[in-house]
Design a protein around this ligand. Sequence first.
Ligand code: SAH
Length: 500
Amino acid sequence: MKYGKVYLVGAGPGDESLITIKGLNAIKEAEVIVYDRLANPELLNHSTKNPELIYVGKASKDHTMTQENISQLLVDKAKEGKIVVRLKGGDPYVFGRGGEEGELLYDNKIEFEVIPGITSGIGGLAYAGIPITHRGHASSLHLITGHLKSEEDELNYEALAKLDGTLVFYMGVSNAKFIVKGLLKEGKNPSTPVAIVSLATLPEQSTFITDLKTIDENGLPSHIKPPSLIAIGTTIALRDKLNFFEKKPLHSKKIVVTRARAQSSLLVSRLKDLGARVIECPSIKISPVNEELLAKEINELREYTHIIFTSQNAVNIFMENLMNVKDIRAISHLKIGVVGSSTAKELLKYSLKADILPERFIAESLADEMKKHIDKSSKILIPCAEGARNVLKETLGEICEVKEVKIYKNEIEVIGDEIKDSIDDKVDFITFTSSSTVNHFYSMLDDSQKENIKRAKLVSIGPITSNTLRDNGFTDYIEAEKHDIEGVVNAILNEVKSHE
Ligand code: SAH
Protein backbone atom coordinates (compact mmCIF):
# COMPACT_ATOMS: atom_id res chain seq x y z
CA MET A 1 0.00 0.00 0.00
CA LYS A 2 1.14 3.54 -0.73
CA TYR A 3 2.18 5.40 2.40
CA GLY A 4 0.26 8.46 3.47
CA LYS A 5 1.75 11.75 4.53
CA VAL A 6 2.25 13.52 7.84
CA TYR A 7 1.89 17.25 8.47
CA LEU A 8 3.46 18.59 11.65
CA VAL A 9 1.19 21.57 12.21
CA GLY A 10 1.61 24.46 14.63
CA ALA A 11 -1.81 25.37 16.03
CA GLY A 12 -0.68 28.77 17.31
CA PRO A 13 -0.61 29.98 20.91
CA GLY A 14 -4.24 29.44 21.92
CA ASP A 15 -6.82 31.58 20.11
CA GLU A 16 -8.01 29.27 17.34
CA SER A 17 -7.90 31.99 14.71
CA LEU A 18 -4.14 32.38 15.14
CA ILE A 19 -3.41 29.24 13.09
CA THR A 20 -2.01 29.70 9.56
CA ILE A 21 -4.15 29.22 6.44
CA LYS A 22 -1.92 26.34 5.44
CA GLY A 23 -2.35 24.71 8.84
CA LEU A 24 -6.13 25.05 8.63
CA ASN A 25 -6.14 23.52 5.14
CA ALA A 26 -4.17 20.54 6.44
CA ILE A 27 -6.80 20.04 9.18
CA LYS A 28 -9.54 20.14 6.54
CA GLU A 29 -7.86 17.38 4.56
CA ALA A 30 -6.75 15.21 7.50
CA GLU A 31 -7.92 11.61 7.90
CA VAL A 32 -6.20 11.28 11.27
CA ILE A 33 -5.52 14.11 13.72
CA VAL A 34 -3.14 13.51 16.61
CA TYR A 35 -3.45 16.48 18.97
CA ASP A 36 -2.09 17.89 22.18
CA ARG A 37 -3.44 19.55 25.28
CA LEU A 38 -2.27 22.99 24.18
CA ALA A 39 -3.74 22.90 20.66
CA ASN A 40 -7.14 24.62 20.73
CA PRO A 41 -9.69 21.77 20.40
CA GLU A 42 -12.06 24.06 18.49
CA LEU A 43 -9.73 23.69 15.53
CA LEU A 44 -10.90 20.10 15.20
CA ASN A 45 -14.33 21.39 14.15
CA HIS A 46 -12.77 22.52 10.87
CA SER A 47 -12.05 18.99 9.72
CA THR A 48 -14.16 17.83 6.78
CA LYS A 49 -13.08 14.20 6.28
CA ASN A 50 -14.51 12.88 9.54
CA PRO A 51 -10.99 12.08 10.76
CA GLU A 52 -9.95 9.72 13.51
CA LEU A 53 -9.15 12.00 16.46
CA ILE A 54 -6.39 10.85 18.80
CA TYR A 55 -5.66 12.86 21.94
CA VAL A 56 -2.12 12.40 23.20
CA GLY A 57 -1.99 15.13 25.84
CA LYS A 58 -2.22 14.57 29.53
CA ALA A 59 -5.46 12.68 30.14
CA SER A 60 -7.61 12.95 33.24
CA LYS A 61 -5.84 10.10 34.98
CA ASP A 62 -2.47 11.71 34.38
CA HIS A 63 -1.74 9.14 31.80
CA THR A 64 0.52 10.56 29.12
CA MET A 65 1.60 8.79 25.99
CA THR A 66 5.39 8.70 25.75
CA GLN A 67 7.06 10.68 22.97
CA GLU A 68 8.35 7.45 21.42
CA ASN A 69 4.81 6.08 21.25
CA ILE A 70 3.48 9.28 19.73
CA SER A 71 6.17 9.32 17.03
CA GLN A 72 5.50 5.64 16.34
CA LEU A 73 1.75 6.32 16.11
CA LEU A 74 2.40 8.88 13.34
CA VAL A 75 4.49 6.31 11.47
CA ASP A 76 1.84 3.59 11.86
CA LYS A 77 -1.02 5.78 10.69
CA ALA A 78 0.94 7.00 7.67
CA LYS A 79 1.77 3.41 6.82
CA GLU A 80 -1.98 2.75 6.69
CA GLY A 81 -2.00 5.24 3.82
CA LYS A 82 -3.60 8.04 5.84
CA ILE A 83 -3.15 11.79 5.67
CA VAL A 84 -2.10 12.54 9.22
CA VAL A 85 -2.04 15.91 10.98
CA ARG A 86 0.05 16.15 14.11
CA LEU A 87 -1.43 19.26 15.72
CA LYS A 88 0.68 20.96 18.38
CA GLY A 89 0.27 24.14 20.41
CA GLY A 90 2.40 27.06 19.21
CA ASP A 91 5.10 26.00 16.77
CA PRO A 92 5.98 22.32 16.31
CA TYR A 93 9.71 22.91 16.69
CA VAL A 94 9.64 25.26 19.66
CA PHE A 95 9.81 22.94 22.69
CA GLY A 96 7.33 20.77 20.85
CA ARG A 97 9.51 17.72 20.11
CA GLY A 98 8.55 18.03 16.46
CA GLY A 99 12.14 17.36 15.49
CA GLU A 100 12.06 13.89 17.01
CA GLU A 101 8.83 13.08 15.17
CA GLY A 102 10.27 14.31 11.88
CA GLU A 103 13.40 12.19 12.34
CA LEU A 104 11.43 8.99 12.88
CA LEU A 105 9.26 9.76 9.85
CA TYR A 106 12.41 10.29 7.78
CA ASP A 107 13.87 7.00 9.03
CA ASN A 108 10.67 5.23 7.95
CA LYS A 109 10.66 6.92 4.53
CA ILE A 110 7.40 8.68 5.22
CA GLU A 111 6.77 11.97 3.47
CA PHE A 112 6.19 14.86 5.84
CA GLU A 113 5.86 18.63 5.93
CA VAL A 114 6.19 21.10 8.75
CA ILE A 115 3.67 23.93 8.94
CA PRO A 116 5.05 26.51 11.38
CA GLY A 117 2.82 28.17 13.96
CA ILE A 118 3.02 31.30 16.07
CA THR A 119 4.92 30.26 19.15
CA SER A 120 3.36 31.27 22.47
CA GLY A 121 6.50 33.09 23.58
CA ILE A 122 6.08 35.59 20.77
CA GLY A 123 2.29 35.61 20.17
CA GLY A 124 1.44 35.37 23.86
CA LEU A 125 3.71 38.27 24.78
CA ALA A 126 2.22 40.38 22.00
CA TYR A 127 -1.25 39.72 23.44
CA ALA A 128 0.03 40.76 26.85
CA GLY A 129 1.15 44.09 25.40
CA ILE A 130 4.86 43.23 25.56
CA PRO A 131 6.95 43.75 22.42
CA ILE A 132 9.59 41.05 22.50
CA THR A 133 12.18 43.36 20.93
CA HIS A 134 12.28 47.15 20.89
CA ARG A 135 14.76 49.69 19.65
CA GLY A 136 16.44 51.00 22.71
CA HIS A 137 15.05 48.38 25.13
CA ALA A 138 15.80 44.92 23.84
CA SER A 139 17.90 44.02 20.84
CA SER A 140 17.47 40.26 21.02
CA LEU A 141 14.99 37.65 22.17
CA HIS A 142 15.69 34.36 23.86
CA LEU A 143 13.30 31.45 24.20
CA ILE A 144 14.39 29.17 27.00
CA THR A 145 12.97 26.03 28.56
CA GLY A 146 12.38 26.26 32.28
CA HIS A 147 11.66 22.58 32.54
CA LEU A 148 14.60 21.50 34.65
CA LYS A 149 15.09 18.08 36.08
CA SER A 150 16.28 19.32 39.47
CA GLU A 151 17.46 22.35 41.34
CA GLU A 152 20.90 21.80 39.91
CA ASP A 153 22.27 24.32 37.49
CA GLU A 154 21.20 23.06 34.12
CA LEU A 155 20.92 26.40 32.40
CA ASN A 156 23.91 28.58 31.63
CA TYR A 157 22.86 31.41 33.94
CA GLU A 158 26.16 33.14 33.51
CA ALA A 159 25.47 33.60 29.80
CA LEU A 160 21.76 34.35 30.29
CA ALA A 161 22.36 37.01 32.93
CA LYS A 162 24.61 38.96 30.57
CA LEU A 163 22.02 39.26 27.80
CA ASP A 164 20.15 42.51 27.49
CA GLY A 165 17.41 41.01 25.29
CA THR A 166 14.02 39.73 26.45
CA LEU A 167 14.19 36.32 28.11
CA VAL A 168 11.12 34.11 27.78
CA PHE A 169 10.92 30.93 29.80
CA TYR A 170 8.52 28.19 28.71
CA MET A 171 7.39 25.52 31.18
CA GLY A 172 8.90 27.53 34.01
CA VAL A 173 6.14 27.88 36.62
CA SER A 174 7.34 25.22 39.02
CA ASN A 175 10.98 26.26 38.72
CA ALA A 176 10.50 30.02 38.66
CA LYS A 177 12.27 30.55 41.96
CA PHE A 178 15.37 28.57 40.89
CA ILE A 179 15.53 30.36 37.56
CA VAL A 180 15.36 33.76 39.23
CA LYS A 181 17.97 32.82 41.82
CA GLY A 182 20.28 31.60 39.06
CA LEU A 183 20.00 34.89 37.16
CA LEU A 184 20.48 37.06 40.27
CA LYS A 185 23.51 35.10 41.37
CA GLU A 186 25.13 35.88 38.03
CA GLY A 187 24.51 39.59 38.39
CA LYS A 188 21.16 40.27 36.70
CA ASN A 189 19.64 43.52 38.01
CA PRO A 190 17.12 42.59 40.79
CA SER A 191 14.68 45.30 39.68
CA THR A 192 14.34 43.84 36.17
CA PRO A 193 10.59 43.54 35.43
CA VAL A 194 9.01 40.11 35.13
CA ALA A 195 5.68 39.34 33.45
CA ILE A 196 3.93 36.02 33.86
CA VAL A 197 1.39 35.51 31.12
CA SER A 198 -1.08 32.67 31.69
CA LEU A 199 -3.46 31.15 29.10
CA ALA A 200 -2.10 33.63 26.60
CA THR A 201 -4.34 34.72 23.68
CA LEU A 202 -7.39 32.99 25.21
CA PRO A 203 -10.27 34.96 26.76
CA GLU A 204 -8.98 33.85 30.20
CA GLN A 205 -5.53 35.34 29.62
CA SER A 206 -4.07 37.03 32.67
CA THR A 207 -0.78 38.79 33.21
CA PHE A 208 0.99 39.18 36.52
CA ILE A 209 3.68 41.84 36.73
CA THR A 210 6.46 41.67 39.28
CA ASP A 211 10.28 41.83 39.37
CA LEU A 212 13.18 39.46 39.96
CA LYS A 213 13.74 40.56 43.55
CA THR A 214 10.10 39.95 44.56
CA ILE A 215 10.05 36.46 43.08
CA ASP A 216 13.35 35.72 44.79
CA GLU A 217 11.82 36.68 48.13
CA ASN A 218 8.29 35.29 47.79
CA GLY A 219 8.21 32.85 44.89
CA LEU A 220 5.23 33.00 42.52
CA PRO A 221 1.73 33.60 43.88
CA SER A 222 -0.13 30.30 44.14
CA HIS A 223 -2.86 31.30 41.67
CA ILE A 224 -0.38 31.13 38.80
CA LYS A 225 -0.76 27.85 36.97
CA PRO A 226 0.57 26.41 33.71
CA PRO A 227 0.43 27.06 30.83
CA SER A 228 2.28 30.27 31.60
CA LEU A 229 5.19 32.13 30.12
CA ILE A 230 7.72 33.94 32.24
CA ALA A 231 9.06 37.00 30.45
CA ILE A 232 11.97 38.97 31.87
CA GLY A 233 13.08 42.30 30.43
CA THR A 234 12.56 46.05 30.30
CA THR A 235 10.05 46.09 27.41
CA ILE A 236 7.45 44.87 29.90
CA ALA A 237 7.07 48.52 30.96
CA LEU A 238 5.53 49.29 27.56
CA ARG A 239 2.53 47.18 28.45
CA ASP A 240 0.73 50.20 29.87
CA LYS A 241 0.36 51.49 26.33
CA LEU A 242 0.35 48.30 24.28
CA ASN A 243 -1.97 46.05 26.25
CA PHE A 244 -4.82 45.94 23.73
CA PHE A 245 -6.16 42.48 24.52
CA GLU A 246 -6.82 42.45 28.25
CA LYS A 247 -8.44 45.88 27.84
CA LYS A 248 -11.25 44.55 25.66
CA PRO A 249 -14.54 45.42 27.37
CA LEU A 250 -15.67 41.82 27.83
CA HIS A 251 -12.22 40.32 28.41
CA SER A 252 -12.45 37.16 30.56
CA LYS A 253 -16.25 37.36 30.81
CA LYS A 254 -17.95 34.01 30.37
CA ILE A 255 -21.20 34.24 28.42
CA VAL A 256 -23.71 31.55 27.52
CA VAL A 257 -25.54 31.97 24.20
CA THR A 258 -28.74 29.94 24.08
CA ARG A 259 -29.84 30.64 20.50
CA ALA A 260 -30.32 27.96 17.90
CA ARG A 261 -26.97 27.27 16.27
CA ALA A 262 -28.08 28.41 12.84
CA GLN A 263 -28.82 31.87 14.19
CA SER A 264 -26.22 32.36 16.86
CA SER A 265 -23.22 33.24 14.74
CA LEU A 266 -23.60 37.02 14.78
CA LEU A 267 -24.08 37.21 18.54
CA VAL A 268 -21.26 34.75 19.12
CA SER A 269 -18.79 36.57 16.91
CA ARG A 270 -19.65 40.00 18.37
CA LEU A 271 -19.13 38.73 21.92
CA LYS A 272 -15.88 36.98 21.01
CA ASP A 273 -14.53 40.11 19.33
CA LEU A 274 -15.23 42.02 22.51
CA GLY A 275 -13.07 39.52 24.42
CA ALA A 276 -15.61 37.13 25.95
CA ARG A 277 -15.44 33.37 26.37
CA VAL A 278 -18.64 32.24 24.66
CA ILE A 279 -20.33 28.95 25.48
CA GLU A 280 -22.72 28.09 22.69
CA CYS A 281 -25.59 26.20 24.16
CA PRO A 282 -28.10 25.85 21.35
CA SER A 283 -31.10 24.78 23.40
CA ILE A 284 -33.39 24.82 20.39
CA LYS A 285 -33.21 23.43 16.92
CA ILE A 286 -35.33 24.65 14.03
CA SER A 287 -37.18 22.11 11.89
CA PRO A 288 -39.47 22.96 8.98
CA VAL A 289 -43.05 21.63 9.17
CA ASN A 290 -46.20 21.75 7.04
CA GLU A 291 -44.31 22.13 3.78
CA GLU A 292 -47.33 21.02 1.72
CA LEU A 293 -49.52 23.61 3.35
CA LEU A 294 -46.95 26.25 2.63
CA ALA A 295 -46.61 25.09 -0.98
CA LYS A 296 -50.36 25.54 -1.37
CA GLU A 297 -50.21 29.14 -0.12
CA ILE A 298 -47.21 29.84 -2.32
CA ASN A 299 -49.28 28.81 -5.31
CA GLU A 300 -52.00 31.19 -4.20
CA LEU A 301 -49.82 34.19 -3.41
CA ARG A 302 -51.73 36.23 -6.03
CA GLU A 303 -54.65 36.37 -3.59
CA TYR A 304 -52.59 38.13 -0.90
CA THR A 305 -51.72 41.79 -0.48
CA HIS A 306 -49.34 41.57 2.50
CA ILE A 307 -46.90 39.16 4.07
CA ILE A 308 -45.50 39.38 7.61
CA PHE A 309 -42.29 37.82 8.86
CA THR A 310 -41.84 37.58 12.60
CA SER A 311 -38.43 35.90 12.64
CA GLN A 312 -35.32 35.29 10.58
CA ASN A 313 -36.18 31.59 10.46
CA ALA A 314 -39.54 32.37 8.92
CA VAL A 315 -37.81 34.40 6.22
CA ASN A 316 -35.33 31.67 5.38
CA ILE A 317 -37.74 28.77 5.40
CA PHE A 318 -40.36 30.67 3.41
CA MET A 319 -37.83 31.83 0.81
CA GLU A 320 -36.35 28.39 0.42
CA ASN A 321 -39.78 26.93 -0.24
CA LEU A 322 -40.68 29.76 -2.58
CA MET A 323 -37.55 29.30 -4.65
CA ASN A 324 -38.20 25.57 -4.95
CA VAL A 325 -41.27 26.19 -7.06
CA LYS A 326 -41.17 29.82 -8.21
CA ASP A 327 -38.89 32.81 -7.94
CA ILE A 328 -38.81 36.14 -6.23
CA ARG A 329 -41.22 37.75 -8.70
CA ALA A 330 -44.01 35.72 -7.12
CA ILE A 331 -44.04 38.13 -4.17
CA SER A 332 -43.37 41.35 -6.06
CA HIS A 333 -46.91 42.62 -5.45
CA LEU A 334 -46.83 42.00 -1.67
CA LYS A 335 -46.11 44.63 0.94
CA ILE A 336 -43.77 43.13 3.52
CA GLY A 337 -44.04 43.71 7.24
CA VAL A 338 -41.34 42.58 9.70
CA VAL A 339 -41.22 42.56 13.47
CA GLY A 340 -37.65 43.78 13.88
CA SER A 341 -34.39 44.85 12.33
CA SER A 342 -32.77 41.38 12.31
CA THR A 343 -35.66 40.04 10.30
CA ALA A 344 -35.37 43.01 7.95
CA LYS A 345 -31.65 42.29 7.54
CA GLU A 346 -32.36 38.66 6.76
CA LEU A 347 -34.71 39.78 3.97
CA LEU A 348 -31.96 41.90 2.45
CA LYS A 349 -30.05 38.68 1.76
CA TYR A 350 -32.78 37.98 -0.78
CA SER A 351 -32.60 41.55 -2.12
CA LEU A 352 -35.90 42.36 -0.45
CA LYS A 353 -36.60 45.47 1.60
CA ALA A 354 -39.23 45.47 4.32
CA ASP A 355 -41.99 48.02 3.74
CA ILE A 356 -43.31 48.08 7.27
CA LEU A 357 -41.03 48.04 10.32
CA PRO A 358 -42.45 48.94 13.76
CA GLU A 359 -40.89 51.41 16.15
CA ARG A 360 -40.59 48.85 18.91
CA PHE A 361 -39.58 45.38 17.80
CA ILE A 362 -42.54 43.46 19.19
CA ALA A 363 -45.70 42.06 17.62
CA GLU A 364 -48.03 44.60 19.28
CA SER A 365 -46.10 47.49 17.80
CA LEU A 366 -46.06 45.85 14.37
CA ALA A 367 -49.82 45.32 14.59
CA ASP A 368 -50.30 49.05 15.25
CA GLU A 369 -48.10 49.94 12.30
CA MET A 370 -49.77 47.41 10.00
CA LYS A 371 -53.19 48.92 10.72
CA LYS A 372 -52.10 52.06 8.88
CA HIS A 373 -51.43 50.04 5.74
CA ILE A 374 -54.44 47.73 5.44
CA ASP A 375 -58.19 47.83 4.94
CA LYS A 376 -60.90 45.22 4.75
CA SER A 377 -59.94 44.19 1.23
CA SER A 378 -56.40 43.28 2.33
CA LYS A 379 -55.28 39.71 2.81
CA ILE A 380 -52.26 38.90 4.94
CA LEU A 381 -50.07 35.80 4.99
CA ILE A 382 -48.05 35.11 8.15
CA PRO A 383 -45.60 32.21 7.88
CA CYS A 384 -44.48 31.61 11.48
CA ALA A 385 -43.36 29.18 14.17
CA GLU A 386 -45.52 26.57 15.82
CA GLY A 387 -46.46 27.83 19.24
CA ALA A 388 -45.75 31.44 18.32
CA ARG A 389 -48.00 34.10 19.82
CA ASN A 390 -51.00 34.98 17.68
CA VAL A 391 -51.30 38.68 18.53
CA LEU A 392 -50.97 39.69 14.88
CA LYS A 393 -53.58 37.28 13.65
CA GLU A 394 -56.02 38.32 16.36
CA THR A 395 -55.58 42.06 16.03
CA LEU A 396 -55.32 42.30 12.27
CA GLY A 397 -57.97 39.60 11.78
CA GLU A 398 -60.52 42.14 13.01
CA ILE A 399 -59.82 44.24 9.95
CA CYS A 400 -59.13 41.81 7.13
CA GLU A 401 -58.46 38.20 6.27
CA VAL A 402 -55.28 36.87 7.92
CA LYS A 403 -53.82 33.43 7.33
CA GLU A 404 -51.16 31.99 9.59
CA VAL A 405 -49.13 29.03 8.34
CA LYS A 406 -46.90 27.31 10.86
CA ILE A 407 -43.82 26.62 8.78
CA TYR A 408 -41.30 25.55 11.43
CA LYS A 409 -41.03 24.39 14.97
CA ASN A 410 -38.49 24.84 17.74
CA GLU A 411 -37.30 21.53 19.09
CA ILE A 412 -35.10 20.78 22.05
CA GLU A 413 -31.49 20.29 21.04
CA VAL A 414 -29.56 17.61 22.88
CA ILE A 415 -26.62 19.24 24.64
CA GLY A 416 -23.38 17.32 25.06
CA ASP A 417 -21.92 16.79 28.54
CA GLU A 418 -18.88 18.87 27.69
CA ILE A 419 -21.02 21.95 27.13
CA LYS A 420 -23.16 21.20 30.17
CA ASP A 421 -20.05 20.92 32.32
CA SER A 422 -18.81 24.29 31.15
CA ILE A 423 -22.00 25.95 32.40
CA ASP A 424 -20.56 26.47 35.87
CA ASP A 425 -20.32 29.05 38.62
CA LYS A 426 -17.95 31.16 36.51
CA VAL A 427 -20.67 32.11 34.04
CA ASP A 428 -21.17 35.90 34.04
CA PHE A 429 -24.07 36.28 31.58
CA ILE A 430 -26.72 34.08 29.97
CA THR A 431 -28.41 35.56 26.91
CA PHE A 432 -31.98 34.79 25.90
CA THR A 433 -33.22 35.87 22.51
CA SER A 434 -36.72 34.39 22.64
CA SER A 435 -39.16 32.84 25.09
CA SER A 436 -38.44 29.37 23.79
CA THR A 437 -34.74 29.71 24.58
CA VAL A 438 -35.69 30.44 28.21
CA ASN A 439 -37.98 27.44 28.51
CA HIS A 440 -35.65 25.04 26.77
CA PHE A 441 -32.50 26.17 28.52
CA TYR A 442 -33.89 25.68 32.01
CA SER A 443 -35.59 22.40 31.19
CA MET A 444 -32.18 21.06 30.19
CA LEU A 445 -30.41 21.83 33.48
CA ASP A 446 -30.58 19.79 36.65
CA ASP A 447 -31.00 21.40 40.07
CA SER A 448 -27.33 21.57 40.92
CA GLN A 449 -26.56 23.24 37.61
CA LYS A 450 -29.31 25.78 38.22
CA GLU A 451 -27.73 26.48 41.59
CA ASN A 452 -24.29 26.82 39.96
CA ILE A 453 -25.32 29.58 37.61
CA LYS A 454 -27.14 31.65 40.23
CA ARG A 455 -24.66 34.52 40.11
CA ALA A 456 -24.89 34.83 36.33
CA LYS A 457 -26.76 37.87 35.04
CA LEU A 458 -29.66 37.00 32.74
CA VAL A 459 -30.00 39.10 29.59
CA SER A 460 -33.31 39.28 27.76
CA ILE A 461 -33.76 40.58 24.21
CA GLY A 462 -37.12 42.21 24.92
CA PRO A 463 -40.35 42.39 26.93
CA ILE A 464 -41.84 39.10 25.74
CA THR A 465 -38.74 37.12 26.61
CA SER A 466 -38.61 39.00 29.93
CA ASN A 467 -42.19 37.92 30.64
CA THR A 468 -41.18 34.33 30.17
CA LEU A 469 -38.21 34.83 32.50
CA ARG A 470 -40.58 36.21 35.14
CA ASP A 471 -43.00 33.31 34.56
CA ASN A 472 -40.09 31.02 35.36
CA GLY A 473 -39.44 32.90 38.59
CA PHE A 474 -36.51 35.01 37.46
CA THR A 475 -37.00 38.64 38.34
CA ASP A 476 -33.39 39.77 38.29
CA TYR A 477 -32.48 40.26 34.65
CA ILE A 478 -31.43 43.01 32.29
CA GLU A 479 -33.40 43.79 29.14
CA ALA A 480 -32.02 45.07 25.85
CA GLU A 481 -33.16 48.59 25.03
CA LYS A 482 -33.26 47.81 21.34
CA HIS A 483 -34.74 44.36 20.85
CA ASP A 484 -32.11 42.87 18.57
CA ILE A 485 -28.64 41.33 18.75
CA GLU A 486 -26.87 44.67 18.94
CA GLY A 487 -29.23 45.57 21.78
CA VAL A 488 -28.30 42.41 23.69
CA VAL A 489 -24.58 43.14 23.22
CA ASN A 490 -25.06 46.73 24.39
CA ALA A 491 -27.01 45.62 27.45
CA ILE A 492 -24.07 43.42 28.47
CA LEU A 493 -21.55 46.19 27.80
CA ASN A 494 -23.54 48.65 29.90
CA GLU A 495 -23.86 46.19 32.74
CA VAL A 496 -20.11 45.56 32.74
CA LYS A 497 -19.38 49.29 32.62
CA SER A 498 -21.72 50.00 35.52
CA HIS A 499 -19.62 47.72 37.75
CA GLU A 500 -16.29 49.25 36.81
N1 SAH B 1 5.27 24.44 21.01
C1 SAH B 1 4.74 25.35 22.00
C2 SAH B 1 5.40 25.21 23.36
C3 SAH B 1 5.18 23.88 24.01
S1 SAH B 1 5.95 23.79 25.58
C4 SAH B 1 4.88 26.77 21.46
O1 SAH B 1 5.52 27.00 20.47
O2 SAH B 1 4.29 27.68 22.07
C5 SAH B 1 4.62 24.19 26.66
C6 SAH B 1 4.82 25.55 27.29
O3 SAH B 1 4.50 26.55 26.34
C7 SAH B 1 3.93 25.85 28.46
O4 SAH B 1 4.44 25.30 29.65
C8 SAH B 1 3.96 27.35 28.48
O5 SAH B 1 5.13 27.84 29.06
C9 SAH B 1 4.00 27.67 27.01
N2 SAH B 1 2.65 27.94 26.46
C10 SAH B 1 2.07 27.35 25.42
N3 SAH B 1 0.85 27.89 25.17
C11 SAH B 1 0.69 28.85 26.10
C12 SAH B 1 -0.35 29.79 26.37
N4 SAH B 1 -1.47 29.85 25.65
N5 SAH B 1 -0.18 30.64 27.41
C13 SAH B 1 0.94 30.63 28.15
N6 SAH B 1 1.94 29.77 27.93
C14 SAH B 1 1.82 28.90 26.91
